[in-house]
Design a protein. Structure first.
Ligand SMILES: O=C(O)CC1=CCC(=O)O1
Length: 262
């Protein structure tokens, strides 16, 4: 296991391959998940790219750190992690809140970002009302109380079958995240508006969404793609909010095809 200390926060990460020898892609995970969601994509890309995956603060094995925090704090952690690993430039692929973090990183440290893959995300996700209601429910009744509703947005009915062991595993992944880190990240998403950052993107960008995404539906992701100069836009069929889990081969093929044009 690999850990980096960023001020008072220990960040759990995995670096696969040698950044000095191959282009680097860093994957930024979504709310309530840890870096294992990228396993299915990473295994297909590892021959050609060095791969960095990590648990953002408040998730997985990383520390929670001091709350509250902002998307800027998450982007600062990523910038510091890249600096510590001597990675000077990377393709940044962010899922959902990971996409906000990718946009924030590009805004704050553009020299670190060679291209963006924005996956099931938007420049602004949800409303203050929906985030406040979610925060109140989790603080009062725990993550178990929102599990079913979140799973309906994350995965298609075909994946959410009782006999699908992977479905049980991803439910556990969400329910076992630390409540404090989850709630702090909900508040960070609530308070984030990266409309101006999306308009100012100066690197090639691919925007991808599952056709059944219940959190950032295709029309929302298309709206973000229209803000970003020259962004590509692609929809993945039979997929909801987490294509790296539900359709890793298709997502990998889209990333490969995008990278081949750079
Ligand atoms: O939990 C959800 O509804 C999906 C989601 C929203 C932001 C994020 O990162 O995941």
């Amino acid at each position: 296991m690999q850990f980096a200390r960023i001020d008072d926060v220990a960040i759990h990460y995995r670096l696969i391959g040698a950044p000095a020898e191959k282009p680097v892609i860093v994957f930024v995970n979504s709310l309530g998940t840890d870096f294992r969601i990228w396993d299915g994509v990473a295994q297909h890309l590892a021959d050609d790219l060095a791969i960095l995956i990590y648990d953002k603060r408040g998730h997985g094995l990383s520390d929670i750190g001091r709350v509250p925090y902002s998307i800027e704090d998450h982007a600062g952690d990523l910038a510091r992690l890249l600096d510590q690993l001597s990675i000077e430039r990377a393709i940044v692929c962010g899922l959902s809140v990971g996409g906000l973090i990718a946009l924030a990183l590009h805004q704050r440290r553009p020299e670190l970002v060679s291209a963006l893959v924005l996956c099931d995300t938007a420049h602004k996700i949800g409303t203050s009302e929906t985030w406040n209601a979610r925060i109140a429910a989790v603080e009062r009744d725990g993550l178990e109380s929102i599990l079913d509703a979140v799973m309906e947005r994350w995965f298609t009915p075909g994946f959410r079958r009782a006999e699908n062991a992977a479905y049980a595993g991803y439910r556990h992944m969400l329910s076992r995240q630390p409540v404090e880190g989850y709630v702090a990240t909900c508040a960070a998403i609530r308070d984030a508006d990266y409309t101006a950052a999306a308009r100012a993107v100066g690197v090639p960008a691919l925007c991808v969404v599952g056709d059944q995404d219940g959190s950032t539906p295709p029309e929302v992701v298309r709206g973000m793609a229209q803000l970003i100069p020259s962004a590509r836009y692609a929809v993945i069929s039979d997929c909801a909010h987490i294509p790296c889990v539900e359709q890793p081969e298709t997502l990998t093929a889209l990333i490969r095809s995008f990278l081949s044009t750079l």
